[in-house]
Design a protein around this ligand. Structure first.
Ligand SMILES: [Zn+2]
Length: 111
């Protein structure tokens, strides 16, 4: 599965993932919107932590919160295409996380 991303953005005031507590210093939009050349995440935008594959929501001051069931139900109802994309991205993120864990295990074994 491929998802087209726009230019990734470095977030200087990066927040922490509330689940795995890693600093999230970058984000990429899922579309290349030429009318908005300088993309930046907005409050209420969804994101996925690439360390633990949790669905997050941007809050004020570059903070994140874990998206809850109500957030996702609302998204599914109001923006079904975005919800669909987010669902696919979560699967891709889970695969990346699993792959990274496999590689790390392999490294430990060789020591
Ligand atoms: Zn995380």
């Amino acid at each position: 599965m491929r998802i087209a991303f726009g230019e990734p953005l470095y977030l200087k005031d990066a927040g922490k993932c509330p689940v795995c507590l890693k600093f999230l210093t970058g984000a990429a939009p899922t579309t290349n919107n030429r009318e908005e050349p300088v993309w930046s995440p907005k409050v209420g935008d969804y994101s996925i932590c690439m360390y633990c594959s949790t669905i997050l929501r941007f809050e004020f001051n570059s903070q994140y919160k874990e998206a809850d069931r109500e957030d996702l139900l609302e998204l599914q109802k109001n923006q079904p295409e975005t919800f669909e994309l987010l669902s696919k991205m979560v699967v891709a993120a889970q695969q990346m996380v699993a792959e990274r864990r496999r590689k790390q295990k392999g490294k430990h074994r060789s020591h």
